[in-house]
Write a protein that binds this ligand. Structure first.
Ligand code: XIL
Length: 451
């Protein structure tokens, strides 16, 4: 495989090249398809002048995409019932047009979530009133938001096509560090809100404020999954988190949450392992530390619960400056990650968090660290790194005994069947779950006055 820069010369030429390029999948994509594994990438579309080259790299190399930001609550909706679909639709259209799977990321999260995290009006960073919304109002917003999005995207072509392969229904509900998680109540280890002091950046969740204040049962999680399922009973629903890939406090908490959700008949089908890892020394404590044996063990216990496992946001950073030894080490790390997924029959999708190093969130999130992705380059040049070739070699040399070539894009039949009422972690009926999809075409009523 050689480097494949794409240079735009004229608009018509670009179009022709893009069409041609997308017709020529690379070995990475072909081998992924042959293994029946989805190898995807997080997408942030560049400006128009960079689109042809970017689109070509994405469509030639990957079987799926996920929006790096464009599907987050705050990217779609600034106020209750107010939706700006332009960028969100663009992502779904792109997936459909190029026959790519699409992971939808994400519904319930404590970041980038507009009014639901920050208060009644968007742009209010720190709400002074912890009850800006009542619990009932917050749950109504959740129900309406999930419904609005799922009814728009759950099928295309008159119900014939499922473009969304998985939905991240709840993202990052578990806490990593002590001091910000629940220790005493029915579910231990989830992020807490602390009344007025809802500091989203420190990892506290406003969502827990909506439940913890009244019931301590974190039933926003139960309800989010139940609502998503009722909107599309064929949808594959995921819980997604980071620093929970190996064995340890946080992954134990995530496992425990999953076990409880399953035992309560909550429709959760996929555990998403974000996998923001590093090679060499880290500047962030344990964040991003990983151990292959532990990950295999954790995958096994999650699979035993009946969950599929997806690697959802893999990137493997290194301390700057980059050198060839580090790139080789990174290649081995990527190979290990893919090998773990291929070895686990229930690991069916493997997504990296961005296309090219220079565009990665790591550069600003972890100053002094970088080069976490599969491609380097600038402008319209995308140069495959050693890690890229490493993935190909793993796919070439790993026997695929369990996955069928060309796995169907349609969601497979699910474990979950709505045989009885959906119950929360305390065994009570989930009230926020509608019996039928409760999507309403009209805007939900605005609150007349903020408290
Ligand atoms: C990151 C994006 O990559 C950035 O562009 C954005 O500024 C912040 O969010 N876990 C997640 C992702 O679930 O949504 C985050 O994405 C990375 C960590």
């Amino acid at each position: 495989m050689q480097s494949f820069p794409v240079r735009a010369r004229a608009a018509s030429c670009v179009m022709a090249m893009a069409a041609l390029a997308s017709a020529q999948p690379t070995p990475l994509k072909l081998l992924a398809q042959a293994h029946g594994i989805d190898i995807g990438v997080a997408v942030t579309f560049p400006a128009a002048s960079g689109r042809a080259a970017y689109d070509s790299v994405v469509t030639r190399n990957f079987t799926g995409i996920v929006a790096e930001n464009d599907h987050k609550w705050g990217s779609i909706s600034s106020n209750p019932g107010v939706y700006t679909w332009t960028n969100s639709d663009r992502m779904v259209d792109f997936a459909q047009q190029h026959n790519l799977k699409l992971r939808f990321h994400a519904f319930v999260w404590h970041q980038q979530s507009s009014y639901i995290a920050n208060g009644h009006q968007s742009g209010v960073a720190q709400p002074t009133d912890p009850n800006k919304y009542t619990r009932a109002e917050a749950f109504t917003h959740m129900r309406n938001h999930i419904g609005a999005v799922m009814q728009r995207y759950k099928t295309r072509n008159g119900g014939q096509m499922h473009v969304i392969s998985e939905w991240d229904v709840v993202n990052e509900a578990a806490a990593r560090d002590s001091g910000m998680f629940d220790t005493a109540n029915v579910y231990k280890g989830l992020r807490l809100s602390t009344g007025n002091a809802v500091h989203l950046d420190s990892g506290l969740s406003r969502w827990t404020g909506y439940t913890q204040g009244e019931t301590n049962d974190f039933d926003y999680i139960d309800s989010a999954f139940a609502i998503a399922h009722r909107n599309d009973t064929a949808a594959r629903l995921a819980y997604n988190d980071y620093d929970a890939e190996g064995m340890g406090k946080k992954s134990n908490d995530v496992y425990s949450l999953m076990a409880k959700l399953k035992s309560r008949n909550i429709p959760v089908h996929v555990l998403g392992m974000q996998s923001h890892w590093y090679i060499g020394p880290s500047n962030t404590g344990s964040s991003g530390a990983w151990d292959p044996q532990q990950i295999a063990e954790n995958m096994n216990r999650l699979a035993a619960l009946g969950l599929d496992i997806s690697i959802t946001e893999l990137d493997i950073r290194m301390q700057n400056p980059v050198d060839s030894a580090k790139l080789q080490q990174q290649r081995q790390a990527y190979e290990t990650a893919l090998g773990l997924c291929l070895a686990q029959p229930r690991c069916k999708s493997f997504y990296v968090w961005g296309v090219r190093d220079g565009q990665s969130w790591i550069n600003s999130r972890y100053p002094g660290y970088g080069s976490p992705l599969l491609f380097s380059g600038t402008g319209t040049t995308y140069t495959p790194k050693p890690a890229y070739y490493g993935l190909i070699s793993v796919l070439e040399t790993t026997a695929s005994v369990r996955r069928q070539p060309g796995a169907a894009r349609q969601a497979p039949s699910l474990n979950y069947r709505a045989t009885g009422p959906v119950r929360d972690l305390l065994g009570r009926r989930v009230h926020a779950a509608p019996d039928r999809p409760l999507f309403k075409a009209q805007k939900p009523a605005e609150r007349s006055q903020a408290k």
